[in-house]
Design a binder for this molecule. Structure first.
Ligand code: GLN
Length: 206
């Protein structure tokens, strides 16, 4: 079982630990550099991205996390985690810094201009079976997608200004969703991430 860390500074850490264990990983909370060094992959949970950004600096995890992601650590960010991974963030605080890994521009609290939270069914590339019930909570959406970035899901029609917005992306071994699959009990997005982790481990370790 791959050892998958969940960044445990703030946010819905417990939900990701549970979802990862169900999907077949050995999940561990990560708060220190030594813990980060011991994982095969990492999850950046939902929560509040500017708070997480500040805590990453306080816990001296910002640079180590940046470096590991840049050197190919499989990483999954949901909601605030997507914001932390994004190269560019609109509508955030000037001092909020991210960890990189994803060549996208996201707009923070994008859906919140209309409704703070909503749910819809999404078709997600790489997830087989019925659509994924997606829960959005003051979520970002993706406004620009770089060349190496694959769009995995868009908001379906019927949601006003949100229609067609990109809400799930993948770039190499980095996965990000605007929504929170960790809160619905549907393990298929975490299973998709674990397949990415195994693919990447095959390449690294033969
Ligand atoms: N609005 C939050 C932020 O800006 C993200 C919300 C979430 O993770 N559910 O970080």
């Amino acid at each position: 079982r791959p050892v998958v860390g969940v960044l445990a500074l703030q946010g819905d850490v417990r939900e990701h630990l549970v979802a990862l264990a169900r999907a077949g990983a050995d999940p561990v909370p990560v708060r220190r550099e030594a813990e980060l060094a011991a994982v095969h992959a990492v999850v950046l949970p939902g929560g509040e991205s500017t708070t997480m950004s500040r805590l990453l600096r306080t816990f001296e995890l910002l640079e180590p996390l940046r470096e590991r992601i840049a050197s190919g650590l499989p990483t999954y960010g949901s909601c605030a985690g997507m914001i932390l991974l994004a190269r560019e963030v609109l509508d955030t605080r000037a001092d909020a810094v991210g960890v990189g890994g994803l060549d996208v521009t996201v707009r923070r609290n994008a859906f919140g201009r209309q409704v703070d939270s909503f749910e819809t069914d999404l078709d997600v590339v790489g997830v087989v079976g019925p659509p994924v019930r997606a829960v959005f909570i003051r979520a970002p959406w993706v406004e620009r997608v770089g060349d190496g970035v694959q769009v995995l899901a868009r908001v379906p029609p019927g949601h006003g200004a949100a229609d067609g917005r990109v809400v799930a992306v993948r770039q190499g071994s980095v996965l990000a969703t605007s929504f929170h699959p960790e809160v619905t009990g549907d393990g298929r997005v975490h299973e998709l991430f674990l397949r990415m982790v195994r693919e990447s481990a095959d390449g690294d370790m033969g």
